[in-house]
Write a protein that binds this ligand. Structure first.
Ligand SMILES: *Cc1c(COP(=O)(O)O)cnc(C)c1O
Length: 471
């Protein structure tokens, strides 16, 4: 028998490994999970031996590997990361972090039963929407409001309930695509409404809408150009005039606002229309996201006239699009920040977007000080003025001046450094710009700064002087 075959025969049987695991921490794992891990490891050992590599096939060796693998599998896949990119509403990083009040609201119901659809006063069935309805009416000025899973669902529901088999007029400048899969023409088709495009990319006049109205028209839809801006020779009718036109012809105007800003917010000198402003302009319905500028969890909000919202409440799609109780709790908590608190301070995304230049500067100085452990000569750290972004379909192409700490090492390339920062227990996501690793301080919260300092300490300790020498 050749050497490899001998080695293969040395791989312990699963039964034997299971028996040996009995007095180790592994015994706490469910049997199925443990046998799965042991099979995975013995199979790996088999492959290594077959390809001529050496591996430890002792019972102790395999059990030690099993403990490591179990520890890896015990970690959640969905986890906290540090956002040092400076993009406030980063869709890939989960959009808005929740306020304290919203976190408490979620924690208050997540491990127990709740009155989600129960009216404790009467002992009768209640409505899940009731928990946020009054608050939404207060912050939007709408007669009524409804909440669904996200804003894409809100638009789909509004079009399905109000304009199925009818025409919906949209300006050519507003045929938006958001993040690849949400495209206004596609959502329209899905709802059963027929898209009628009017105007041109840069200019749409009131008369364009007027001429497109027929007995077949179900609604006029305005769409916020969330991720692009049309500048230069442009025109669109004032909201009030469009609302008057629609009402004279007996049709509703709906606006997909996207970002859901509820209070006046000036970013880089720009403002986006609030839900309340649009309803005050005379629009019948507005829809917007819960986890963009509103600052809560994923949700889609519809506010406006009761007669239209009642149609949506009765629509069969509502059940398929309904919001989950944890998102609802987060939304209620965040809405209380608006109605009872100080939203600019209490809601993390609003605070990040309105943070004073000086506040950011002193945060950058604190981060620089936290990184002073990095040995000079090999590492260079400095504070740089940067432009952050709002992200998440709000304030497109508007720079937010702020500060970052740039970190460079003579031994590790920026790409490699960024990778090392990502491949930790708590990943740190940085910005790479002009061949530099930038830690934008705008979106740092909680213990982020300590985690960044800790990360660099780890990287320093494991970076051998010979690694990538000469970079
Ligand atoms: C973001 C956005 C959407 C999609 O909202 P979700 O809450 O992500 O589903 C739809 N329309 C506009 C204009 C948006 O900005």
């Amino acid at each position: 028998m050749d050497e490899a075959n001998l080695k293969l025969r040395c791989i312990p049987a699963i039964d034997k490994l299971m028996a040996a695991a009995e007095n180790t921490p592994l015994s706490k794992a469910p049997r199925n999970t443990l046998t799965g891990i042991l099979r995975e490891l013995t199979e790996k050992a088999r492959l290594m031996i077959k390809s001529g590599k050496d591996t430890d096939t002792s019972v102790e060796g395999i059990l030690a590997w099993a403990e490591m693998l179990l520890a890896i599998k015990s970690k959640s896949s969905l986890q906290r990361v540090v956002n040092a990119t400076g993009v406030v509403l980063h869709t890939n990083l989960g959009r808005a972090p929740l306020s304290n009040r919203a976190q408490k609201a979620v924690a208050g119901v997540m491990g127990s039963y709740s009155n989600l659809e129960y009216d404790a006063a009467s002992g009768e069935r209640g409505l899940r929407y009731a928990h946020v309805m009054e608050k939404l009416k207060q912050v939007t000025g709408g007669e009524d409001a409804l909440v669904v899973n996200n804003n894409a669902a809100a638009v789909l529901l509004a079009l399905s309930a109000l304009a199925k088999d009818r025409e919906v007029i949209v300006s050519r400048g507003e045929l938006v695509e958001i993040g690849g899969s949400f495209r206004i023409p596609d959502v329209m088709k899905q709802s059963g409404a027929r898209l009628v495009e009017v105007g041109t990319t840069n200019k749409t006049h009131l008369r364009d809408y007027e001429e497109a109205i027929t007995p077949e028209t179900g609604a006029i839809l305005k769409v916020h150009t969330s991720n692009y801006r049309i500048v230069g020779f442009t025109a669109q009718p004032a909201a009030e005039r469009l609302a008057d036109l629609a009402h004279n012809r007996g049709i509703p105007v709906i606006e997909d606002l996207g970002s859901g800003v509820l209070i006046p917010l000036s970013v880089g000198g720009w403002q986006e229309p609030t839900a309340a402003a649009r309803l005050a302009n005379g629009f019948d319905l507005v829809t917007f996201s819960g986890d963009k500028l509103l600052g809560a969890g994923q949700a889609g909000i519809i506010a406006g006239k009761s007669c239209y919202i009642n149609k949506m409440k009765r629509h069969p799609l509502l059940r398929a699009l309904r919001i989950d109780k944890l998102s609802l709790a987060a939304l209620e908590g965040t809405l209380q920040d608006y109605t009872l608190g100080n939203p600019y301070d209490d809601i993390p995304v609003l605070h990040m977007l309105t943070a004073e230049y000086e506040e950011l500067r002193s945060r950058a100085e604190a981060l620089l000080a936290a990184l002073s452990q990095l040995p000079g000569g090999e590492w260079t750290t400095e504070i740089l003025g940067v432009n952050s972004q709002t992200g998440g379909g709000a304030f497109p192409a508007i720079d937010l001046p702020g500060w970052a700490v740039s970190v460079a090492s003579r031994r590790i390339s920026p790409d490699h450094l960024a990778e090392k920062l990502r491949l930790r227990d708590i990943p740190i996501i940085v910005r790479l710009q002009d061949d530099k690793v930038l830690l934008d301080v705008r979106c740092l919260i909680m213990n982020d700064m300590e985690d960044i300092a800790e990360a660099f300490k780890e990287i320093m300790d494991i970076t051998e002087p010979k690694e990538e020498a000469g970079y």
